[in-house]
Write a new protein. Structure first.
Length: 84
């Protein structure tokens, strides 16, 4: 199950993490995959930087370490769901 793989992977990285399912007010391309019957979960893998007000602004950016950590977490999730 995709959600279980996400939960397990995040808990391995941060055992104290609060995993709370929520519904975002935003939209994603996930609607196209859901229409084909696929499970889609948005996973916020990037931690908040020191200036979260930059999100969706003209100077939106994240730190390089944040990008690397988020990409590594996504890779671990993909590996978890593709293991036999």
């Amino acid at each position: 199950d995709l959600y279980k793989a996400i939960e397990t992977t995040i808990r391995k990285q941060n055992p104290k993490a609060a995993l709370i399912p929520y519904m975002s007010r935003g939209a994603t391309d996930g609607a196209f995959l859901r229409a084909k019957g696929m499970a889609v979960y948005g996973v916020p893998v990037f931690t908040r930087d020191d200036k979260p007000g930059r999100a969706h602004g003209n100077d939106e950016r994240i730190r390089e370490t944040t990008l690397r950590e988020g990409a590594a977490l996504l890779l671990k999730i993909v590996e978890a769901i593709t293991r036999p």
